[in-house]
Design a protein around this ligand. Structure first.
Ligand SMILES: NC(=O)c1ccc[n+]([C@@H]2O[C@H](COP(=O)([O-])OP(=O)(O)OC[C@H]3O[C@@H](n4cnc5c(N)ncnc54)[C@H](OP(=O)(O)O)[C@@H]3O)[C@@H](O)[C@H]2O)c1
Length: 338
């Protein structure tokens, strides 16, 4: 069941705030909104003035009067409250997301990803923002590293926030997906860099390892459609293809031998977007799944009335058991897009 037309938000005239607006997701999301709609205001909130300056000076964002650059830290609730006045939708993308950095600096990761989530929730309720979408990751499911654990805690905070909001109009939902093809520091640019450096071999963790793959634009369109579809408390998961890392290496850097280095601390062989423990409230929308909030059966009932269907008990959405696999041709097409 595709998203019904009348679910789509008319973003024209709206004020949108992106936390982490200078990151890979945030910049592209901002570009997409500015391309497609006449926003009233688009607020970019992040810490580093240089990234904001670079963004401001870039061809894409130069002379865009709708843009406001807000220096701010999601650890600072007062600043968030100030930034959220008059905002119609917050997309919460700010995060510390590097697994090894988070393992080494666990408190920093918790301050940004967990305390930051709480601050976004409190500021949004106090300022009456109608919709908040928080970005999550497959690493939040049965987490084995602090990054994943902090994102799981963040997801729980956003789902529970709908109860805190009570009769207030503020509603929160989460969007969760896997690896973004071509994002900063990810495998595709890294392999290209290794190939360009003329490396004699490429490090491969494990030739069985699989991941879910999505392009940034797919992720952005997914967030936009979920913002329209949400009732509050859902964790939306797109249906996306999987691929083995080793097969991806053969496409991106063909002819270079692989040296198996073993799985690194905090890494899994396969990723899971929804576990069998979620199935009681999981709905299938055709192009996506949603884990509906267990505390509010009205949300699940609403989506079921509109055609979403329950999944089989014990259903698990894992990157090694996916029905949809990327082959070389499709990967090349996706990388072209990315
Ligand atoms: N990339 C992926 O493969 C992937 C996959 C699944 C989910 N996600 C999720 O998608 C979201 C966006 O990821 P991304 O790839 O765009 O990350 P990114 O490129 O690293 O960008 C992170 C952004 O957050 C800002 N930020 C970091 N700490 C902050 C703080 N304390 N207060 C305010 N802003 C802060 C950064 O700017 P400053 O440093 O200047 O503050 C930057 O603008 C994250 O929530 C991530 O967990 C990403």
């Amino acid at each position: 069941m595709p998203v019904k037309k009348n679910d789509a938000i008319d973003w024209n005239g709206k004020t949108v705030l992106i936390t982490g607006g200078t990151g890979s997701f945030g910049r592209r999301f901002a570009e997409t909104l500015l391309d497609r709609y006449n926003l009233k205001k688009l607020i970019i909130l992040s810490r580093d003035e240089h990234k904001q300056h670079d963004m401001q000076q870039s061809e894409v964002f130069r002379d865009r009067d709708e843009l406001r650059y807000f220096i701010g830290d999601v650890r600072d609730q007062d600043r968030l409250r100030m930034a959220m006045r008059g905002v119609d939708c917050v997309v919460h993308a700010a995060a510390l997301k590097h697994v090894p950095a988070a393992e080494y600096n666990p408190f920093e990761c918790i301050r940004t990803n967990v305390n930051g989530a709480e601050n976004v929730v409190s500021a949004a309720i106090e300022t009456g923002v109608p919709r908040i979408i928080a970005l999550s990751t497959d690493k939040a499911v049965n987490p084995i590293n602090i990054y994943g654990a902090s994102k799981l805690a963040s997801d729980k905070i956003f789902v529970a926030a709908n109860m805190l909001a009570g009769d207030e109009p503020t509603r929160f939902a989460v969007v969760r997906y896997g690896n973004v093809l071509g994002s900063r520091g990810s495998i595709v640019p890294l392999l290209r860099q290794f190939a360009a450096e003329g490396r004699k071999s490429l490090p491969l963790t494990d030739d069985r390892m699989t991941r879910f793959w999505i392009t940034l634009d797919q992720g952005i369109n997914f967030v936009l459609s979920c913002a329209g579809l949400m009732r509050g408390g859902e964790i939306f998961v797109p249906k996306v293809p999987s691929m083995k890392i080793v097969d991806m290496m053969k496409v991106i850097a063909p002819g270079i031998p692989h040296e198996v280095i073993g799985i690194r601390p905090g890494e899994k062989l396969h990723e899971v977007l929804m576990s069998e423990d979620d199935t009681a409230t999981v709905l299938d929308f055709g192009d996506r799944y949603a884990i509906c909030p267990p505390h509010d059966s009205r949300v699940q009932a609403y989506h079921e009335r509109r055609g979403a269907t329950a999944v089989e008990q014990g259903f698990r959405y894992a990157s090694d058991k996916n029905d949809d696999w990327l082959d070389a041709k499709r990967l090349k097409a996706l990388i072209g897009d990315a």
